[in-house]
Ligand binder design. Structure first.
Ligand SMILES: [Zn+2]
Length: 470
């Protein structure tokens, strides 16, 4: 029997008597510490307190807004109070935009209001609004193929439904309409874009989100329509009469301004320059309080670091928590972070990010060189009892992490159950009541196992060969 080699009440981790040759890369005593950390996570409600604090004391925090500023201050205070060794910010530049009102109503043949939300950075309608006939497309591809004559002067309506799945795999195909739809509509001379919300609910909430806005000569107003309102419009159109809709939107674009990545570290005791990055994004959309996206992720990685900071000694290398700014509007913080840290890329031993809500983790994906798979197998010994199965080696580590993975940085992906995630994603309904404390505990338990072992283990993961994309 192997006795745990640390005193969790204060003593140092004993390092004597560990000359036993290790057949496996992770030392047994490190696995023992990870197991203790895992069980402490399962008994703690701290992560829930953190997301509660963020949603109550800050709330909506879209990049470049006053809420974003308060979130940056909140994150620094919180990290200091949780015992991080070093807390600092790095400035980024973000495009800024003000959301005004967005009204839509059917004028004929069956006048009634519609529930809509401006897509991110949508332009306004002319003063007094605009009225035009609807032309429907099943997806953005068919809008792209349409002749300008079909679309000119009309409101293009993309009516694509998103499939619900635990993996969230319906999102990729559905989100194309949001990212490319406005550009396609504008280039064909449409008056505006109406998009069936990219979501899986049947609530009367529209799902906002970012779209491609750069280098479009004459951008047009772009709105998401709640799913029930998209159904309504579809039913009206099926009656064969022209359907006219009036849109009245008041948004404003401003010059770029500052935001920040907020960083907190637990400094490594032996090779502090080597870092394991665990991330989440601090910004949110502006209509909900960003509890799921990504308050939960912020809480999970902060609490993971706090548990590791509570150990009697620091881990071998540095655990760096990066709360990325401006993820929602195009991974802005992650891209600028990468540019600023290129010189130390080789010191980032691995990266992972929590940004898929607050569901239970059910799968452990990796992106490791093949000769390092046994490390993941050893981690699995401690993850399996949490109900987690081994997944694939194609992890991107999360949206912000993908920027680093593209440079060959190894990654871990603790995949959450996303069945309900797109019911609330980017809506006013993304609020704290959707976060279940017991699920957060399970998340932190898994994160602390992975994060501790990666920061404490001897040796590193090397680099993952980057394949040419597409
Ligand atoms: Zn997110």
């Amino acid at each position: 029997m192997f006795k745990p080699l640390l005193s969790l009440t204060g003593g140092l981790i004993a390092t004597a008597a560990i000359s036993i040759a290790q057949a496996k890369p992770l030392a047994q005593e490190d696995l023992s510490v990870a197991e203790v950390l895992r069980d402490r996570a399962l008994a703690s409600s701290n992560a829930y307190s953190i997301v509660e604090s963020l949603t109550v004391e800050v709330g909506p925090r879209r990049a470049g807004t006053e809420g974003d500023e308060r979130a940056v201050a909140w994150a620094q205070e919180k990290m200091k109070s949780l015992g991080f060794d070093r807390v600092y910010t790095e400035q980024i530049e973000v495009p800024r935009w003000t959301r005004g009102h967005a009204h839509a109503q059917v004028i004929s043949p069956y006048p009634q209001p519609l529930v809509v939300s401006s897509l991110g950075y949508s332009v306004a309608t002319p003063e007094g609004g605009l009225t035009a006939e609807i032309v429907e497309f099943p997806d953005v591809e068919s809008l792209l193929e349409a002749s300008p004559k079909q679309v000119k002067g009309k409101i293009a309506f993309i009516n694509k439904r998103m499939a619900k799945a635990r993996t969230g795999e319906g999102y990729g195909p559905a989100v194309q309409g949001r990212s490319k739809g406005m550009r396609a509509a504008a280039e064909k001379g449409a008056a505006a874009l109406l998009l069936r919300s990219v979501g899986t609910d049947s609530d009367r909430f529209a799902h906002t989100g970012m779209m491609s806005i750069d280098n479009i000569e004459n951008p047009v107003p772009a709105l998401a329509l709640s799913a029930p309102d998209a159904n309504l419009l579809e039913a009206m159109l099926s009656r064969g009469k022209p359907v006219e809709v009036k849109l009245d939107i008041d948004n404003q674009r401003h010059s770029d301004g500052p935001s920040f990545n907020v960083i907190g570290e637990i400094t490594g005791r032996e090779t502090p320059e080597e870092v394991m990055i665990i991330g989440a994004h601090l910004d949110s959309w502006d209509e909900g309080t960003g509890a799921l996206d990504d308050g939960a992720g912020v809480a999970i990685v902060m609490e993971t670091a706090r548990l590791i900071a509570e150990l009697p000694v620091r881990p071998r290398r540095t655990l760096r928590v990066v709360l990325f700014g401006a993820e929602e509007i195009g991974l802005v913080g992650a891209k600028q972070y990468l540019d600023a840290h290129r010189h130390e890329l080789d010191n980032i031993i691995a990266i992972s990010e929590s940004d898929f809500g607050a569901g239970k983790i059910w799968r452990f994906d990796t992106r490791l060189p093949e000769n390092k798979f046994d490390i993941a197998d050893q981690m699995m010994q401690l993850l399996a009892p949490l109900g987690i199965e081994r997944g694939n080696n194609q992890s991107y580590g999360g949206p912000d992490s993908s920027v680093f993975v593209a440079e060959g940085v190894p990654a871990f992906g603790l995949y959450q159950d996303g069945t309900d995630y797109f019911d609330y994603h980017h809506t006013p309904n993304d609020t704290l009541d959707k976060v279940k404390p017991e699920n957060l505990r399970q998340n932190v338990a898994a994160w602390v196992v992975m994060s501790f072992l990666a920061t404490e283990m001897e040796g590193n993961f090397g680099r993952v060969p980057v394949k040419a994309e597409k």
